[in-house]
Design a protein around this ligand. Sequence first.
Ligand code: NAD
Length: 484
Amino acid sequence: MANLTDQEIDLIAQRIVADLTGRGGGAAGKDGGKAANIPSATGEIGIFSTIDEAVKAASVAFCQYDQMGLKKRNEIVASVRQSMRQHGEALARMAWEETGLGRHEDKILKNQLVAEKTPGTEDLLSNAITGDDGLMLTEPAPFGVIGAITPTTNPTSTIINNTIAMIAAGNSIVFNVHPNAKRCSCYNVAIINKAIVAAGGPRNLITCITNPTVESAQALMKHSGVRLVVVTGGGGVVQAAMASGKRAICAGPGNPPVVVDESADLDRAARDIVFGASFDNNIICADEKECLAVSSIADKLIKAMTYNGALLVTKEQLPALEKVVFTKTYGPRQEADIDRSLIGKNASVILQKAGIRCDDTIRLGIVEVDHDHPLLWTEQMMPIFPVTRVRDADEGIDFALQLEHPRRHTFVMHSDNLSNLSRMARECNASIFVKNGPSQAGLGFKGEGPTSFTIASPTGEGMTTPKSFSRWRRCTLVGAFRIV
Ligand code: NAD
């Protein structure tokens, strides 16, 4: 197991900072590594100056890894999990400090979740069919080098999650991380490499570059050494991946609605919605982004939300809040441009900016709006949460489908009415549908099943697992090995 000492961690961080800032030792540094007393980070720990170098190193690592067998693969995955259990908290703090997004304590939970519940090789089941003509065996095989592009909203949890799932499937990885999260992401890649090597795995099984940009992401997608592209981010990167000419697994934006009908347990629904919509300040793609409440219970639900950490913004306060949240609107039922500097900020920061008095115990600002309001139609990624009234569950489901655009990402419903739950489950046609819980239950957080932070709705893999990162190979034996 890779139990790094504090001294080793400090050294890694120093090397990365030196490389990223061009000061000191790394080969990426301006002085070519001569001036400072810090060894080069570049190459040694999976961190390179160029995409080409990173792909070449990951290709060599893949060839070595491919020879190592399943037992060693399991040991390596176990070592990565152990290392991420140990360093998840520090990584969460780094991500929070660097990006300024979300809540530190929630980021710790996200890192714990992916370290524990990302599936490993147990996900890779072979399939055998036998008959009069013999045996057919299908087995999941690695692609080779995967080019993975990661977001700023979950920088370390996506890297941990992608790494475990992709290397469990036998691949190596080149990450092009988000430029605004490059420090915590490079550090994450470096310490995962340590854990891999400590378990007897090859160097550079996962790699990244010190100065990622949109251009380097595009170069990675098109690199001849990359067999599979996996992107996690907004609409732009999804489009770019689909145009890359490579097989692509694309995890794009969402706008998850939550519908609450008159049969729901309102106290539980209110508690779950406030928790779900405020988790990491609403920056997770699957977090509830708007609520559709059946009119007969809307007042009760709103009141119950205020007992669970939400503050109700009044009709009179709404115009000031709109001015703060939006930089441009495009009329009724249109997505608006949001002030990106407020993404992932605490509710109290945003509300106070709009002149609304509140303290930091408030997790979520809720505001009642009509059906045309841009807050309903926009993926706001901040803890300002619109609630709108609907006549009944059927109108709620119909309207939820429109609000989601449809991206077929995540839907939530609180109801005890089986026909309503069943209609929404069928018609939302989404990667995730959560009934009677917070959206995070669909990610396996206090909900059953494995987790993923790359939820591929545009390309249909949904919650990605090692199986998603495998190519399926058939082997046929004619005339034998049906043993009954
Ligand atoms: P983003 O799209 O700004 O960036 C994501 C990554 O893509 C970054 O590494 C960025 O450098 C790169 N990128 C952006 N545009 C590109 C282009 N045209 N060509 C090549 N690379 C490009 O997203 P973000 O702000 O980091 O993350 C938030 C968005 O991601 C939200 O829309 C959220 O819903 C979505 N998201 C989805 C999932 C999912 O699993 N479906 C998970 C996390 C985030």
